[in-house]
Write a protein that binds this ligand. Sequence first.
Ligand code: CP
Ligand code: NVA
Length: 299
Amino acid sequence: MSKRDFLSIPDFTADELHSLLDLAGRMKSGAYRERPLTGKTLAMVFAKSSTRTRVSFEVGTLQLGGHALFLSSRDIQLGRGEPIRDTARVLSRMVDGIMIRTFAHADVEELARFATIPVINGLTDLLHPCQILADLLTTLEAFGTLKGKTVAWIGDGNNMCNSWLNAAGVLGFELRVACPQGYEPDRGIFERNAALTSLLVTGDPEEAVAGAHVVTTDVWASMGQEAEAAQRAEAFQGYLVDEALMRRADPKAIFLHCLPAHRGEEVTEAVLEGPQSRVWDEAENRLHVQKALMAMLMG
Ligand code: CP
Ligand code: NVA
């Protein structure tokens, strides 16, 4: 069988995503005790900072019997201009899987094209599919199902938002995005998924959260957009997730944030630390879903 990659949510079918989330749940509960990565190595290439992604993949590999290599692109030859396609072929001769976090999504696609081992997207400017796996698991823990659930995305139409759109399309739940003009999600991703499920893009956060089961947001300036931070802070006025906005959602609604969060910008302290927040479970779930993903691709 040829190798499988995980560059975006639609790389997996709905059935495969459900199997992955089920396996992650069994790993979390302790019911799963296998070590399918015994003797195997994951190369983790980072061109951007990370806490959760780095720690979840490294600890996850270890718990499954394998070993992880942290490769900052500043320190490997990639950062000095060695081509991605050469890095892909060299790593493929030595390790069993590659997880990469970088800027251009096309770079990850090129890495996957030239690698003969599974490649996992640990975040690009376009997508963050690994985080969405954790968000889906956290949503399932809260509601038992995704069927009939509505997710409201408030803020930037960024990599997280694009991956939520993909998840909604593959799994068939409703997603409403509230964002300022000029900060909409990727048009192609929106259109592909709008053909599969109910999607809305609005400039009104209250319209997006009305009766929603999941309310979620992210920073206004992602990694690589630091120079635009002031201009973005202005554009995103009115997109703060606060208790008043949460009251418009379903009474049992949960709040998710991939973290790191900027308290007082995209979300208030009261919501982030409040009774509806599941952000710490969501962060922990990175470990369980990353393990399930590696077991499926590299095990
Ligand atoms: N949510 C997330 O991907 O966090 P890190 O940037 O810390 O990996
Ligand atoms: N949208 C954020 C997510 C960080 C995990 C970023 O790309 O910086």
